[in-house]
Design a binder for this molecule. Structure first.
Ligand SMILES: *[C@@H]1O[C@H](CO)[C@@H](O)[C@H](O)[C@H]1NC(C)=O
Ligand SMILES: *[C@@H]1O[C@H](CO)[C@@H](O)[C@H](O)[C@H]1NC(C)=O
Ligand SMILES: *[C@@H]1O[C@H](CO)[C@@H](O)[C@H](O)[C@H]1NC(C)=O
Ligand SMILES: *[C@@H]1O[C@H](CO)[C@@H](O)[C@H](O)[C@H]1NC(C)=O
Ligand SMILES: *[C@@H]1O[C@H](CO)[C@@H](O)[C@H](O)[C@H]1NC(C)=O
Ligand SMILES: *[C@@H]1O[C@H](CO)[C@@H](O)[C@H](O)[C@H]1NC(C)=O
Ligand SMILES: *[C@@H]1O[C@H](CO)[C@@H](O)[C@H](O)[C@H]1NC(C)=O
Ligand SMILES: *[C@@H]1O[C@H](CO)[C@@H](O)[C@H](O)[C@H]1NC(C)=O
Ligand SMILES: *[C@@H]1O[C@H](CO)[C@@H](O)[C@H](O)[C@H]1NC(C)=O
Ligand SMILES: *[C@@H]1O[C@H](CO)[C@@H](O)[C@H](O)[C@H]1NC(C)=O
Ligand SMILES: *[C@@H]1O[C@H](CO)[C@@H](O)[C@H](O)[C@H]1NC(C)=O
Ligand SMILES: CC(=O)N[C@H]1CO[C@H](CO)[C@@H](O)[C@@H]1O
Length: 486
């Protein structure tokens, strides 16, 4: 599929292999290069299926569907052991999460039963025959939380659990927000939540994203010179894109498979090039041991004087298929997102729907405090939402506000909510929509200086920074204190 492009856009990374999922699309291709939970050949638990209700909010709809889950009972102490629930997100869930990673280290220590439940409409957990509007309107976080609550109740019966078996929710990125919201809205269902890199504040114009990308790049090798070079490259790029007599030369410079023909194509080009940096920063050197590129390597290219001008250095980076997809056609992208056929490996249409319908999270170049030009804006994202799903310009900001009103956003009720920990990385552009300072005695932040998106969730590795090692210990101690309470 050549549609590609965008991406990053839409943010999240992906817990698609159940990683936190906020960057999409192009990013899916990059996963080939980056996305390894581990290279180990693990023996994986088998797929299990749960009969789930299709629409939790319309009792007349008694249709059911099969939701996929996995279980690891190797460490469980049935009498008193807790139950750890990894929440699936906006991509196909990876059963490795109930075999390795931070949650499983804790499961062994605390003798927990471990589950992972795949999110509705992703992977093989499909409530509908396809992804058309007939079904996809049933894709939202409120339905997903109900799915989790039903699952929890059903497993309680199936495994003969008692109140001594306390449930703890885990999730990273969007599923991190679900973990937090599950505790806020259904405190009887889970006793506490570890909500990693969780953007609990929905935002229409998420311009802060590229501000953090910029601040993080400043810290790379030659950071300030690097950001200055990016700024120079994008300033010129902006000018060239705004002058349609220059489009043919841009087609050539970036080896575009479909030439620029509309202003939207130009915005897509700028966004895709900014995505090179965002994609690396968001996952910089995380603990997956597969850093083909990292911030410093990008900055080595951007500050390399032997490649003549900054924009040529950008073109140089764009030659790497791991970083840039050279089809930036807006029309192709809309076509790609309009495909309603279910493919377990694809989540772009679904995630885009969720951003239009609920979250926004549109990563724009609207801030003056970032070096990626000015071209990709909320109008571009809005047009995608409109052409693919029919949302209007007015709908989306209202949808975003409704989401914040329903969950409380960062202004959730600080006295009513308890037992949530919010790990975040300082490099991760998503931290600006999350909780990064302690809220109360039992709602706390673990802010990790120098790490990217969801770093704490991955298996430990010998290169982990001391602050990451310390953060995992801190999370362990908080969890231990919850489980010790009687
Ligand atoms: C549970 O995870 C552990 C490692 O964390 C693994 O050794 C074990 O085989 C897993 N058990 C099942 C049933 O998958
Ligand atoms: C749990 O699900 C099974 C089928 O998947 C069903 O037979 C059972 O009644 C459910 N139990 C509860 C408590 O929901
Ligand atoms: C739960 O209890 C019932 C009856 O007491 C028993 O038949 C069943 O095997 C138990 N299930 C599990 C998973 O222990
Ligand atoms: C341009 O892209 C095509 C594929 O679309 C590729 O075959 C070719 O090698 C690329 N050229 C350069 C100079 O990167
Ligand atoms: C990044 O990872 C490499 C090895 O994977 C390690 O040598 C290096 O110190 C790490 N850098 C940072 C900034 O964490
Ligand atoms: C970047 O990655 C390279 C290997 O791919 C590694 O040698 C280097 O230490 C990394 N740099 C930083 C600053 O993390
Ligand atoms: C700068 O670019 C040139 C030409 O691509 C390359 O040979 C050289 O190794 C690069 N220098 C650094 C420090 O990356
Ligand atoms: C739509 O997606 C399916 C599943 O990925 C794919 O097989 C099919 O070719 C796509 N259709 C078009 C028109 O691209
Ligand atoms: C959404 O909420 C923000 C902040 O409270 C407010 O400024 C804005 O006017 C609201 N937008 C709509 C469309 O209600
Ligand atoms: C917050 O929760 C407390 C305790 O449940 C309640 O008394 C208070 O009214 C709530 N505040 C708001 C603004 O909802
Ligand atoms: C984060 O680490 C950097 C050095 O790597 C240091 O300069 C900075 O002060 C630290 N920030 C905080 C908040 O600890
Ligand atoms: C508690 C804590 O570490 N808070 C940090 C959260 O993040 C901001 C930067 O985004 C820091 O300034 C705070 O110190």
């Amino acid at each position: 599929m050549k549609a590609e492009t965008l991406i990053i856009l839409l943010f999240f990374l992906s817990f698609s292999h159940s990683l936190p999922t906020f960057l999409r699309h192009k990013w899916l291709q990059r996963e080939k290069y980056f996305r390894h939970l581990s290279s180990q050949d693990l023996k994986l638990p088998k797929d299990l299926w749960f009969t789930q209700s299709r629409d939790h909010f319309r009792e007349v709809d008694t249709t059911t569907w099969q939701q996929r889950y996995w279980v690891n009972d190797s460490f469980w102490d049935k009498e008193n052991g807790p139950v750890f629930l990894m929440i699936g997100g906006e991509g196909e869930a990876d059963p490795k999460w109930v075999v390795e990673g931070e949650m499983m280290v804790l499961a062994e220590k605390y003798h927990a039963l471990a589950f992972q439940l795949e999110h509705r409409f992703y992977g093989k957990s499909q409530p509908g025959a396809d992804l058309s509007m007939d079904y996809i309107t049933l894709l939202n976080s409120r339905q997903a939380l109900e799915d989790l609550a039903y699952f929890r109740m059903n497993m309680t019966t199936k495994y003969n659990m008692t109140d001594a078996n306390r449930w703890i929710a885990f999730g990273g990125s969007y599923p991190g927000a679900l973990a937090a919201w599950l505790r806020m809205k259904y405190p009887d269902i889970v006793y506490g939540s570890i909500a990693s890199s969780a953007p609990i504040q929905a935002k229409f114009d998420f311009y802060e994203y590229f501000e953090v990308v910029s601040a993080s790049l400043e810290q790379a090798r030659n950071g300030p010179a690097c950001v200055a070079a990016i700024n120079a490259a994008f300033s010129l790029l902006n000018k060239l894109i705004l002058d349609n007599s220059k489009w043919a030369s841009l087609d050539k410079m970036f080896n575009l498979t479909v030439g620029l023909t509309t202003p939207e194509d130009g915005k897509m080009l700028a966004m895709s090039l900014a995505g090179i940096f965002a994609g690396i920063v968001q996952y910089n050197n995380d603990s997956r041991g597969s850093a083909v590129y990292n911030m410093s390597l990008l900055c080595d290219v951007m500050t390399n004087d032997s490649i003549s001008e900054p924009i040529d250095r950008l073109a140089h980076l764009s030659r790497s298929p791991a970083l840039f997809d050279n089809d930036v056609s807006f029309q192709d992208y809309v076509k790609f997102l309009s495909n309603v056929t279910i493919d377990p490996a694809q989540g772009d249409r679904q995630w885009t729907y969720q951003t239009c319908d609920s979250f926004g999270y549109f990563q724009t170049a609207d801030s003056p405090h970032q070096p990626f030009g000015t071209l990709f804006d909320t109008a571009l994202y809005t047009l995608i939402c409109n052409q693919v799903f029919g949302f209007t310009e007015k709908d989306i900001p209202v949808n975003v506000n409704n989401t914040n009103e329903f969950y409380g956003g960062l202004n959730f009720n600080k006295t009513a909510v308890t037992n949530i920990v919010f790990p975040n990385g300082s490099i991760d552009p998503w931290h600006s929509l999350s909780v990064t300072a302690n809220v109360s005695e039992s709602v706390t932040a673990v802010f990790i200086n120098g790490t990217a998106h969801c770093a704490n969730m991955y298996p430990a590795n010998p290169y982990d920074k001391p602050q990451l090692v310390a953060a995992r210990k801190e999370i362990d101690a908080i969890l231990g204190s919850w489980l010790a309470k009687t």
